[in-house]
Design a protein around this ligand. Structure first.
Ligand code: PDD
Length: 281
């Protein structure tokens, strides 16, 4: 695999970053994951706008190569022959060659930029989508700025492990009795013709897939209610699903051991998946 590191395309085993990079020492960096279907980047513009916002909220300056990011995405997809898969992009505050809680001087410190691809043949036809996923609920103990896509992913990663240990696939996080989001996706329930998902705030990531899916749902005459819901309400729903750039629309068939409906993916979730894939490709 060829990867991109601070201005250079290099084989992955030759890529080097400083041990003082603040993303490594302090999780001081942001990232984006953009999916690739049939060699085409899905919603690069949306991811790019969120990236710009994440950088600005953390006062990380735009790297010199900022305007070339689309070109770098395309070049990596090309050289690595990615038909279906993902492009991972990370921008860090960089380093001035030492460890310090105080930010380095942005005048003299260039942000770190790393991109790599992941090949995932058949990403859109995942057999998992036909079966649906089981989720457990866990407490949301993350920091209060989840709208910023930082690389602090330890708790989401632990949540995924708690789910696996419990024989499930993923976890939904709960704060003050209401579901915030999944470990790496936004969470939804469906009751009748109504899709219910938490409203945007600092409590959740403003999913790029979420924005597209809610738009398509409204166009398909489904009602959308952006409000809090509890795990009890979710267990009692007709259907549930999650969305993310890497899983698109993924049906949820079980919550904390309780099957939704007949325990198979719901028809509306599957329909939304189909619409999303058709419209984005
Ligand atoms: N995760 N919520 C969280 C906490 C996420 O990490 C993600 C994405 C989403 C969905 O956002 P989007 O639709 O823009 O991908 C919601 C990516 C895919 C990841 O970490 O791999």
């Amino acid at each position: 695999r060829t990867v991109y590191v601070n201005g250079e395309y290099v084989p992955e085993n030759e890529a080097k970053i400083s041990i003082f990079d603040r993303a490594f020492l302090m999780a001081d960096g942001v990232y984006e994951v953009t999916s690739v279907l049939g060699g085409k980047l899905i919603d690069f513009e949306g991811h790019n706008r969120r990236l710009e916002r994440s950088l600005s909220e953390l006062d990380i300056k735009k790297p010199a190569v900022y305007d070339d990011l689309l070109e770098i995405h395309r070049e990596l997809v090309r050289v690595n022959e990615v038909e279906d898969g993902l492009v991972y992009l990370q921008i860090t505050r960089g380093s001035d060659g030492d460890r310090d809680f105080v930010f380095p001087d942005p005048e003299t410190t260039e942000p770190g930029v790393v991109l790599f691809t992941q090949n995932k043949p058949g990403l859109a036809d995942s057999p998992v989508a036909k079966k649906g996923i089981k989720i457990i609920s866990i407490e949301d103990v993350r920091w209060g700025r989840r709208d910023i896509k930082t690389v602090q992913l330890l708790y989401p990663s632990m949540g995924k492990m708690m789910a696996k240990k419990a024989g499930a696939d993923d976890a939904w996080m709960v704060q003050d009795g209401a579901v915030t989001e999944g470990t790496s996706n936004n969470a939804y329930i469906i009751k009748g013709n109504k899709i219910i998902t938490r409203a945007l705030s600092n409590d959740i990531l403003h999913g790029i897939t979420r924005a597209a899916v809610l738009r398509f749902a409204r166009e398909a005459q489904m009602q959308v209610e952006e409000r809090n819901f509890s795990i009890d309400e979710a267990k009692d729903a007709d259907e549930a699903f999650v969305t993310s750039a890497s899983t698109f629309v993924m049906p949820v068939v079980e919550i904390d051991g309780v099957a939704l409906g007949d325990g198979t993916p719901g028809s509306r979730a599957l329909r939304l998946r189909e619409i999303y894939l058709d419209e984005s490709r």
